[in-house]
Design a protein around this ligand. Sequence first.
Ligand SMILES: [Fe+2]
Length: 343
Amino acid sequence: MRDTRFTFCDTGHSAPGPCGSAGLWRGGWVGILRLSHVDVTVTDLDLAVAYYTEVIGMVLTERTAGSAYLKCWDEADHHSLRLTYAPRTGFGLMSFKVEHSDDLSDLENAVARYGFPVQRVSQGDSVGQGESVRFETPSGHTMELVHDVRKLGSALPRLNPRPYLFRPGGAGGDGADGVPPGIAPPRMDHLLVTAEEVGEATQFYSDVLGFRVTEQLIDGQGHQVGTWLERSHSPHDLAVVAGPNGGLHHFAYWLDDWDHVRDAADILAYNGISVDVGPTRHGITRGSTIYFFDPLGTRNEVFTGGYRPDPDFPMITWTEDNAGRAIFYYEGELNDRFMKVHT
Ligand SMILES: [Fe+2]
């Protein structure tokens, strides 16, 4: 009989942490818009750039001696992924974009009141973006908030654009839009991180930073072992599951529909990419998905569908005995690799 207990690693289940934030300022109005970029380390920068440009189909926007900056074709900002050479594959930071420059100081103060030190990063110290604030979260992740990111524009004009790109060899065009090869997702969507104390981390992200919890997975004692949080009226911009502090389970690209997910599966198979799970569908978020690994070991996802939660969206709860269907609705069970491999 398969052990269906829900844990993303060997460290056991999380429990709500002693946040002590009751009475702290609640951040419901703060201005986090969405994920700005994901920062990962790679052991072979040339190989990583080749994969993310030719198989994923991101656009390389800038390269320095040790880093590469990439964006998706429908993203206007300078980068949504930063790859940096390092001796081991790992997770650098998660950067979220705020709506107004004043949000930086408001959120800096909120994090400081929570008791965590905040570092200001000056304009010019990070390629492609202006001033930002960085801090450690209770889940052991480095988080960055930024307002000003250099605009490069997307592949389509802002005046009377077509609603699609001409794909090389595809109907309606000859590749004149410069569509990237490969999957060519229009944008980055979300990321999922691991935390020893999911409840404590969730309380920080929601109470201090203003994320709204759309769904939670609870164990038999009622403790949160997974939470899905949003700022952009999507099912999740950030998710937290039980696991070691500081871990990255995956980051995900948005695709427009199920046909694009099927095309992505074809492209992954053609390129010999290691597929972890899918194509399949989530119970949580209701999205359609494929999980796979880049050549250096970081898990990627392509994702589409789901619902549109307004700020008054009533949170959905899943119980641990339904964890299989919650994560992979068709299969109804979780595999060991999906649960234990992270960076
Ligand atoms: Fe995901």
